[in-house]
Design a protein around this ligand. Structure first.
Ligand code: UDP
Length: 138
């Protein structure tokens, strides 16, 4: 059994896609073991995306991620990191497969609706960034 962090980014929340995204997880047999809506501070967003801090898009990404509320979730299931990435689609919605969340709802490479951890180590770091053990209910 694996866990991963999912975020519905500010554009997804603003477009009323919370239910749509959750429905896709549940339909795929993925269990939501923690969930909260929150407004990220600049330092929380910078800490979360620290690996990207030298990239040219970093400043804009932080502005975007703090522009409105997000929904953070911990997902659980067999191979859930890869399953979630498949449901999300490629970072750039233009390259994302038909039927994926990003292909259907993203409007540009930055405002791409969802985040999902990409490996077990990043999942552990990212889950810990948002949730403590008492907030995760299997
Ligand atoms: N991003 C961006 N421009 C780029 C690449 C990424 O604005 O050229 C943003 C986008 O919101 C992406 C996030 O930075 O989701 C993190 O990038 P990463 O390469 O980790 O993609 P992801 O894992 O989210 O698919």
């Amino acid at each position: 059994m694996e866990r991963t962090l999912s975020l519905i980014k500010p554009d997804g929340v603003a477009k009323n896609l919370i239910g749509e995204v959750i429905k896709r997880f549940e339909t795929a047999g993925i269990k939501i073991v923690a969930m909260k809506k929150m407004q990220l501070t600049k330092s929380q967003a910078e800490g979360f995306y620290a690996v990207h801090k030298e990239r040219p898009f970093f400043g804009s990404l932080i502005d975007f991620m703090t522009s409105g509320p997000i929904v953070a979730m911990v997902l659980e299931g067999d191979d859930v990191i890869a399953k979630n990435r498949k449901l999300m689609g490629a970072t750039n919605f233009k390259e994302a497969e038909e039927g994926t969340i990003r292909r259907e709802f993203a409007t540009d490479i930055e405002k791409n609706v969802v985040h999902g951890s990409d490996a077990p180590e990043t999942a552990a770091f990212e889950i810990n960034h948002f949730f403590n053990n008492m907030e995760i209910v299997g």
